[in-house]
Write a protein that binds this ligand. Structure first.
Ligand code: 3PG
Length: 212
């Protein structure tokens, strides 16, 4: 395994659940990340789906002790570079393009590239990737589908994301080819809007307790 893969795995293994955040208001980024870290979830994926995303990554990277800020929904090289410049320590994409593979080769921040079929996994293996995001997990076939990849594609490990919650996370986490899961359920929009950081810490702690 490459040093970059080791770096990625050391981040993903910090916790069983990586929170996937869509930040509308940059002012919520730091208290939200602090609430998640307080519940044990240190690696945090902030998606580049809102105008506030890059500033949110910068704020979390600079101001939240214990947090490992990452960027999600990275679709092209320009976004990859902007996310790294903002302080992202890992990069997540829903799928894979040659442009993303090329830009990732030029940076130290590891890429967690998306794959949903055996052929996509095989293509990424040829590029040297052993760890991938399985997306969209539930919609693509769920834990049963991912389990069926574990024998023919042994040696590849996944962070499934999409449609996962406290109620089905264990189905994935019990698989031999799953490192962690990703999900937005630990940061519901209504709790963020209310500034209910204690409520978010409680959800994060429940998610952290899935470990083991
Ligand atoms: C995403 O990138 O949207 C993630 O897959 C989160 O999915 P979820 O909202 O179903 O957890």
């Amino acid at each position: 395994m490459s040093a970059k893969t080791d770096k990625l795995l050391s981040i993903l293994r910090l916790q069983p659940v990586v929170p996937v955040l869509v930040i509308d208001d940059v002012a919520t980024a730091v208290p939200l990340a602090r609430a998640l870290v307080a519940g044990g979830l240190r690696a945090i994926e902030i998606t580049l789906r809102t105008p506030a995303a890059l500033e949110a990554i910068r704020a979390v990277a600079n101001e939240v002790e214990g947090a490992v800020a990452g960027a999600g929904t990275i679709l092209n090289a320009a976004q990859f570079e902007a996310a790294v410049e903002a302080g992202s320590r890992f990069i997540v994409s829903p799928g894979t393009t040659q442009e993303l593979i090329d830009v990732a080769n030029d940076h130290d921040a590891p890429l967690l590239p998306g794959a949903a079929t055996a052929s996509e996994v095989m293509g990424l293996r040829e590029e040297g990737y052993d760890v991938m995001k399985f997306f969209p997990a539930e919609q693509a076939g769920g834990a049963a589908y991912l389990k069926s990849l574990s024998s023919p594609l042994a040696g590849t490990f996944f962070c499934p994301t999409g449609g996962i919650s406290l109620s089905n996370a264990r189905d994935y986490l019990s698989l031999p080819n799953v490192v962690c899961v990703g999900g937005s359920w630990v940061a519901p929009k209504d709790l963020v809007a209310k500034g209910d950081w204690a409520g978010i810490t409680k959800l994060a702690a429940e998610a952290f307790a899935l470990k083991g």
